[in-house]
Design a protein around this ligand. Structure first.
Ligand SMILES: [Zn+2]
Length: 436
């Protein structure tokens, strides 16, 4: 090799290296029409050889197919010269891993054969995108299950709500699990039952991929829900001492009280000291908030506390009262029944099911009448300004701020797709703020 050739090889090598470095470190801006998936960054490097379910593709003849309806494993294997005796052994050998009896029509499979004049070596079955089963057909007969490697791809998504969150996310092709993550992050700040047309959201999250297929959502790294009150950020943060969603100042998003004790369809009656009672037909103060929900819907304790009453009377029907601390108490009326184990003296956690929606006592339809006491006085919990939770420790806060300063510009830079004119779309979904 002469000097000229050598130097051109060095140049080519350097160029290839630079391209390699650029590919590893870049963020691919993939501006698709809907505005979603605007930024994605591949975290995994490509392996040098594309193994086929862990096997070297050059060593085998590979047959790919899907199982036909009414086709038995024996039908498939006999075509590939696997004798009956082996098929019988395989039934026993696979029992504790993934029984061959669990094979289903229309699922893909592969046959690997070193020498097609002889019986096949392996049968590979894919019960779903997450895993595959290798059945060894020669020498030792066994089954072994493998997980497909999952790539974490960082993506962003955004939307403008016209009817409901559900319709908007569906239209933007977003995974329902992402809706749930956003609700987890912001449930204490945003009333997801009653989002408004024109509300906007931006999400920065991990998409879990197997090949080209999204198989789930990882962490929601940052979110902003923009409504009439302005920006509502949530930043995911994880360290030795803390984990979860935090606001920009490092205060936990999780508050001492849930916004509502039930996944309700509507507020049928608000807190009103001068309300006309629907059953008694007299002005009677309504010192609670009525949440209408289908009969049997779960009712949650809005905060940690101790059950002080779980009883029945003619007005309240079945009701539960909980003392949270020296200041706050809550009460839940008209239950169809209590949850198991709910009785005076029992400790409950925030979000724990304490009973089920009904219409016992003085009620015109299934709902929860939710009452809230502060220092023994009944108050409108929806107007209450509860003190924000404490921020992180002084030692942790600078580390959090550093993390926040990395996430925030990414969230802010996410473009929001234009509101789409789909006003004629069924408003069936408008009340479905939650996905169950
Ligand atoms: Zn009420």
């Amino acid at each position: 090799m002469n000097i000229k050739k050598t130097s051109s090889w060095i140049v080519i090598t350097v160029i290839l290296l630079l391209i390699g470095i650029a590919m590893l470190s870049r963020s691919i801006i993939n501006n698709s029409n809907g505005g979603e998936n605007l930024l994605e960054e591949s975290i995994q490097e490509e392996p040098e050889i594309d193994l086929y379910f862990g096997f070297h593709p050059d060593s085998f003849f590979i047959f790919k197919d899907t199982i036909s309806p009414n086709e038995f494993l024996a039908d498939i294997l006999l075509r590939h010269k696997v004798p009956y005796s082996i098929i019988a052994q395989l039934e026993t050998a696979s029992r504790d891993v993934f029984s061959v009896r669990r094979l289903r029509a229309n699922r893909p499979y592969s046959i690997l054969n070193r020498d097609t004049t002889d019986a096949a070596d392996f049968f590979i079955y894919q019960p779903g995108p997450l895993r595959y089963i290798v059945y060894s057909l020669k020498d030792s007969i066994y089954a072994e299950e493998f997980q497909n490697p999952i790539d974490t791809v960082i993506r962003t998504g955004a939307g403008t709500i016209d009817h409901s969150l559900w319709v908007t996310m569906r239209r933007n092709d977003m995974n329902p699990a992402l809706i749930a993550k956003m609700e987890d992050a912001l449930a204490w700040t945003i009333d997801f039952h009653h989002v408004q047309p024109g509300d906007k959201f931006k999400l920065f999250f991990e998409d879990l991929m197997i090949g080209d297929e999204s198989v789930g959502i990882g962490r929601l790294l940052g979110a902003n829900f923009i409504n009439r009150s302005g920006d509502n950020y949530a930043i995911y943060y994880e360290s030795e001492n803390y984990s979860g969603y935090f606001d920009l100042e490092g205060r936990p998003m999780k508050r001492a009280f849930l916004r509502a004790p039930v996944r309700y369809t509507r507020i049928s009656s608000g807190f009103n000291p001068r309300r006309m009672h629907p059953v008694l037909r007299k002005v009677r103060p309504h010192l609670g908030t009525d949440y209408a929900a289908p009969h049997g819907t779960e009712i949650f304790s809005v905060a940690d506390g101790t059950v002080t009453r779980a009883a029945y009377n003619s007005g309240n029907g079945n009701y539960v009262r909980i003392r949270h601390d020296n200041t706050y108490e809550t009460q839940y009326l008209h239950m169809s029944r209590f949850a198991d184990g709910i009785r005076p003296g029992v400790r409950v956690r925030q979000g724990q099911i304490i009973g089920y929606v009904g219409a016992t006592g003085l009620a015109t339809g299934p709902h929860v009448c939710f009452r809230f006491w502060k220092n023994g006085v009944q108050v409108d919990h929806r107007r209450l300004n509860l003190p924000p939770p404490e921020p992180m420790s002084d030692e942790e806060l600078p580390i959090f701020h550093k993390h926040r300063n990395r996430i925030l510009p990414i969230v802010d830079a996410i473009p929001i797709p234009e509101e789409q004119d789909e006003k004629k779309q069924s408003n069936m979904f408008t009340s479905l703020g939650w996905l169950d």
